[in-house]
Design a protein around this ligand. Structure first.
Ligand code: DOR
Ligand code: ZN
Length: 429
């Protein structure tokens, strides 16, 4: 009797861990059941992927969905809808909500709520505070928890663990890799008086300068080495940190953001004003070039969007009162595909950064690999399709993107999560 599947993806070019092959994929029970399916196999549903690339479901390991918080800006239902429209099969959601996710009760609430409210799979960060250090060892083992997140420098929200003694105690509570926002809080405070309200938006990168980030990373790495606790440095934004962290591959992994690979200062501040302001800041071309070199030489483990929605009114305030953070969950994949088309990285490296990388860094089992037995998560892309990014597409309630007007080549055509087609041709199903 010929094999029967729930879903067959026929005729696509698959990016497998061991190379790129034209092969059919059979899905059963939400898992990849077979690669290279016999021509007489049956299926309840078939997708013709002729002319398309079949990628493992792409993961954005860095989003802020603001839930609980302000649903007029973003929420788990709207943010994960934007994610699947953007071609993402999973997102990892940050804990700096209102209130923040920092204890067992709030984590239990979010686990239960997210299960019914999310359009894609979702990993949950738990925030470290100076008060919950003893509980972190237990919290990091919670269902769906991707990592403990430490804000070592202050950003949006009130999460902050800035001093070495507290940071060391955090590192000694638990064992899993910790994700860090690395900017030195003391240098931030000391430099704030150099600037005044209403200064140009480009002041943001002068205030939160490269030494603020590099000093933060040196301090964190000294403590990580002392405690032997694995570290993941989020949104690395300077050439100096990239060169430095390459020397600590035995204990450190790192993320760069699509923003830091795509936008360049000072031009972005002149064009976008407060809509270019984020932490750590977008910097000049030297840092962008270093980020691409680090993508190419393998220093970078993951790429994320740091999707951080704020209301238009909050972004339009003068610097530095304007909120820091940029939307990106819906535009991450198209922009990265455009970078592939421009020759800045290959499709296998994109899959390494957005599937295998997050799986490796965060210890996700059963995802991030197009192979038998793994979750049937797929992103189908058309590498030829050309589109102009329009603000009107943005389904996050805040309703804006810093990438409006950018023309991209390479487009996500379908998102499949554990065998369910959740997006096809711009429609959420
Ligand atoms: O620009 C940022 N926005 N950086 C962060 O670290 C936090 C984020 C937010 O939540 O708005
Ligand atoms: Zn962030």
């Amino acid at each position: 009797m010929p094999a029967h599947y729930d879903l067959l993806i026929r005729g696509g070019v698959c990016v497998l861990p061991w190379g790129t092959e034209s092969t059919d994929v059979g899905v059963r029970g939400g898992k990849i059941a077979a690669l290279g399916v016999a021509s007489d196999a049956g299926a309840d549903a078939t997708i013709d992927a002729t002319g398309l690339h079949v990628l493992p479901g792409l993961i954005d390991p860095h989003v802020h969905l603001r839930d609980p918080g302000d649903a007029a800006v973003e929420s788990i239902p709207t943010g994960t809808r934007a994610a699947v429209l953007g071609g993402l099969a999973a997102v990892f959601d940050m804990p700096n909500t209102t209130p923040a996710i920092t204890d067992a009760a709030r984590l239990a609430w979010k686990q239960e709520y997210a299960e019914g409210a999310a359009w894609c799979d979702i990993g949950l960060y738990v925030g470290a505070t100076k008060e919950n250090i003893a509980e972190l060892a237990e919290l990091e083992l919670g269902r769906g928890v991707c990592a403990i997140k430490v804000f070592a420098g202050s950003s949006t929200g009130d999460l902050l663990v800035e001093d070495d003694a507290s940071l060391e105690r955090v590192m000694r509570s638990g064992r899993r890799r910790i994700a860090y926002h690395s900017e030195d809080e003391y240098r931030l405070r000391a430099r704030r008086a150099k600037f005044k309200s209403g200064d140009p938006y480009a002041s943001h990168m002068q205030w939160r300068d490269k030494e603020t980030a590099f000093l933060g990373t040196r301090r964190l790495m000294a403590l990580a080495l002392k405690t032997q606790r694995p570290a993941h440095i989020l949104h690395v934004s300077t050439a100096e940190e990239l060169a430095y962290l390459a020397g600590y591959r035995d204990i450190a992994t790192l993320e760069v953001l699509v923003n830091h690979l795509t936008q360049v200062a000072p031009e972005c501040y002149e064009r976008l004003g407060g809509f270019a302001v984020m932490n750590p800041p977008i910097r000049d071309r030297r840092h962008l070039d270093a980020a691409w070199a680090a993508v190419r030489d393998g220093t970078v483990d993951t790429v994320g969007s740091d999707h951080a929605p704020h209301s238009r009114a909050a972004k339009e305030r003068p610097w530095p009162e304007c909120a820091a953070g940029l939307t990106g969950v819906q535009t991450l994949v198209p922009i990265m595909l455009d970078h592939v088309n421009a020759g800045r990285l290959g499709l296998p490296r994109l899959v390494d950064l957005m599937c295998a990388g997050p799986a490796r860094v965060y210890g996700v089992l059963g995802k991030g690999r197009l192979a038998a037995g793994y979750d049937a998560d797929f992103t189908l892309v058309d590498m030829q399709r050309r589109r102009r990014i329009e603000e009107s597409w943005i389904v996050s309630p805040c309703g804006w993107t810093p990438f409006a007007g950018m023309t991209v080549t390479g487009w996500r055509v379908a998102t499949i999560v554990r065998g369910q087609v959740v997006m096809r041709e711009d429609e959420v199903l």
